[in-house]
Design a protein around this ligand. Structure first.
Ligand code: MN
Length: 301
């Protein structure tokens, strides 16, 4: 049985919980767009977590908005979908109902709480400037931190989180290496972010297409730099410069943005939550789409 998820803390925590309760022999990390575009071959014994619905899957857990870009699940499917801070929370609740007070699950209560906080961006300035424990670990497996591919890393973390306390996980050499790099490159990252960003009314726009290699740094720093804005639009190249990726997120400190980002992104074939989402734009449509997105973000306030 395969577990198919995305490579972030929410996917990781979902994987820790699901591998406790299901006979998973392989973990596959994908981009959610691979389901939307049907490029990933889903099998009947797959469990999907933290990615969109696919009718071929045996089981599905997700907390993203159901948008026009993706197929709708029938009323009865195995698993759980709902509004929750993280997919891991839905997985946790599902198995806690199935196995009440199960000590194997209960010992991950704190991991699930912290996953909720990071995935829903319920963070303090301290979590952004000086992150610790699970939040810090979360930045090391966020592709948006710029630390590169990590299928092996992800699978090792699933095992370590089951075997040792978080302090010890953070002491593992390959985890330390990522944490050290994140700390070392954050200043340069912040500098580049400042240089390539500008404010348009309530929106901070960051265009990273001129940057060859972005240093590592976490995606929330932008909201510390532009406290007057309530939403960010980040534009960067897709793989091999064959597409343009637009990522939109509500400010995590100035929570007044009225746009439902997931719905806006779905107009361009992407998706997400009310507060954050992405879309992958073909080269010939990117400029117009970005203008339209910017217009809507400003018009909504
Ligand atoms: Mn999630």
């Amino acid at each position: 049985m395969r577990l198919v998820t995305r490579g972030d803390l929410d996917g990781l925590t979902s994987a820790v919980l699901i591998t406790l309760k299901e006979p998973i022999d392989e973990i596959v990390l994908i981009h959610p767009q691979d389901i939307t575009d049907k490029v990933f071959q889903v099998r009947p014994d797959d469990i999907l977590a933290n990615v969109p619905y696919d009718p071929r899957a045996g089981m599905w857990f997700d907390h993203h908005l159901l948008t026009e870009s993706n197929q709708k699940p029938p009323a009865t499917f195995k698993g759980r979908h709902g509004l929750a801070p993280s997919a891991a929370r839905l997985v946790y609740d599902y198995y806690m109902e199935k196995y009440p007070n199960d000590p194997d699950l209960l010992r991950f209560a704190k991991l699930v709480d912290e996953t909720d906080r990071l995935d829903a961006a319920q963070l303090t300035p301290e979590d952004v400037e000086n992150p610790r424990d699970y939040i810090l670990l979360g930045y090391t497996i966020d592709s948006r931190s710029g630390l590169g591919g990590f299928e092996d890393y992800f699978v090792k973390l699933v095992d370590w989180l089951k075997q040792m306390p978080i302090e010890e996980v953070l002491q593992q050499p390959i985890v330390r290496e990522r944490v050290d790099r994140l700390k070392a490159e954050t200043n340069e990252f912040t500098h580049l972010l400042k240089r390539n960003s500008f404010q348009l009314h309530n929106v901070v726009v960051t265009d990273l297409r001129e940057i060859e290699r972005l240093p590592a740094g976490n995606r929330f720093i932008i909201y510390n730099l532009f406290p007057e804005t309530n939403v960010s639009l980040r534009v960067h190249w897709g793989p091999s410069h064959n597409s343009v990726i637009a990522a939109v997120g509500h400010s995590i400190f100035n929570r007044t943005c009225k746009t439902s980002v997931g719905d806006l992104m779905s107009k361009y074939g992407g998706g997400g939550h009310r507060g954050a989402g992405t879309c992958v734009l073909p080269l010939d449509k990117a400029a117009d789409a970005i203008d339209e997105i910017l217009f809507e973000l400003q018009a909504n306030g």
